[in-house]
Design a protein around this ligand. Structure first.
Ligand SMILES: [Zn+2]
Length: 403
């Protein structure tokens, strides 16, 4: 079976993560996909395939030679909350000829090459898109499909030389909880790769340091007619705080290695206001300085409006994996050689976000991020090239198997 055929099955299970839930997995359908994957793994001959109480799927393929490392392959089962994942109308556009693609029957949703120039790389290839009303879920069901397709090949091709192959499918990556219950010891890999990136040939071992700031402002409400020297307007204090954050250091004005403060939500009345920020920077020194700046700003306003007017809860979310990767760069070069073997020149890229692999790497399991071929993730224009999925299965083989 080719990777895209499996992929088209998986996208029909709506596994949208639910950040409001405290359970793991956060949404019940992730367990349905997990059960489907275990069934498929068992059918192809992965005897130890299993799903644990948190919905993590594990399985392994025994080594065919001695002395080779145990390499892990990881992808995540959930999809982002940013766009709906059902009703899914994924379909294939054969032999893409460039230009705009009408996604739905009514002709309302259009995938425009002018907006997504990367499409130009896929002329003559087959693409999978949705009807433009949902995301596709190539992030990260493409990764799952590619790992499963390679696993099937590894089990059915005598003569492939490889160490033990550890497979792991995790829930809730999109809400930052992917590694929370990861069974490092049971997984048992010397190093691993997440297949959770974009198109070939980009490979990633750097990501943001990330924190969130939840800010609660308590005001004093009085009748406006008699408010003089009495009222403390929490909503206005929230606006004041927001205006203290550097306007040029927002996601919409930054790129590459530039960090940011991102206002992700606010609500407010005279009595109570809430402001939520996320803080991001690749550089640890700058990251710490950003957090300190938010603390200083809150302290300044507390001094101005009275102690405990503002409560700040700063929480780290994840850290850049680069420092922990540095002593393990052979894991990167192994993947880069594999990408060359399938005819591409690898390119290192710093993720402007997080990845499960960051936490895994920082916890002692070196785990860079590999391409899946998926494009325009988290949105209704998400798509993937079928032939690129085949190439990525080849790439996995070149990483895992010795010559
Ligand atoms: Zn992903």
């Amino acid at each position: 079976m080719r990777a895209y055929e499996r992929f088209l099955k998986y996208v029909n299970i709506d596994t949208t993560a639910d950040s409001a839930s405290n359970t793991c997995p956060s949404s019940p359908n992730q367990l349905i996909l997990a059960a489907e994957l275990v069934k498929e793994m068992k059918e192809m001959g992965i005897a130890d395939a299993r799903v644990d109480e948190y919905g993590y799927v594990y399985g392994s393929i025994p080594a065919s030679i001695e002395g080779a490392p145990t390499i892990g392959l990881i992808a995540h089962m959930d999809t982002a909350e940013d766009a709906p994942a059902s009703p899914m109308n994924a379909h294939i556009v054969e032999n893409y000829q460039g230009g705009d693609l009408v996604m739905d029957e009514e002709g309302k949703n259009i995938l425009r090459q002018s907006e997504y120039p990367m499409l130009g790389n896929y002329i003559g290839h087959d693409l999978i898109i949705t009807d433009g009303n949902t995301l596709l879920g190539a992030d990260d069901k493409a990764g799952i499909a590619e790992i499963m397709t390679f696993a099937e090949k590894a089990l059915n091709t005598p003569g492939l030389k490889h160490g033990k192959i550890a497979i792991g499918f995790t829930p809730d990556e999109e809400i930052g909880r992917g590694p929370d219950h990861f069974d490092y010891a049971g997984f048992g890999a010397d190093f691993a790769y997440t297949l959770d990136g974009g198109p070939l040939p980009e490979i990633e071992c750097e990501n943001f340091n990330a924190a969130s700031a939840a800010i609660e402002i308590t005001g004093v409400s009085t009748h406006p007619g008699g408010a003089k020297n009495r009222m403390k307007n929490a909503a206005l204090i929230a606006v004041e705080l927001i205006n203290m954050m550097p306007p040029a250091e927002r996601p919409e004005h930054t790129a590459g290695y530039e960090g940011f403060y991102h206002l992700i939500g606010m609500s407010g009345s005279v009595e109570k206001a809430k402001v939520y920020y996320i803080i991001r920077d690749h550089d640890m020194t700058k990251f710490l300085a950003r957090k300190a700046f938010v603390e200083r700003s809150v302290a300044y306003l507390n001094e101005k409006y009275g102690e405990n007017t503002i409560k700040l809860e700063l929480k780290d979310s994840y850290f850049n994996m680069l420092e922990a990767m540095k002593p393990n760069m052979h894991v990167m070069t192994r993947a880069e050689e594999a990408i060359r073997k399938i005819g591409f020149e690898p390119r290192r890229r710093a993720i402007r976000g997080g990845t499960d692999g960051a936490t895994l790497t920082n916890n002692g399991l070196p785990c860079p991020n590999l391409p899946t071929g998926g494009m325009f993730a988290h949105g209704r224009r998400e798509c993937i090239c079928i032939q690129e999925m085949d190439k990525i299965v080849e790439m996995i083989e070149k990483i895992i198997c010795e010559d």
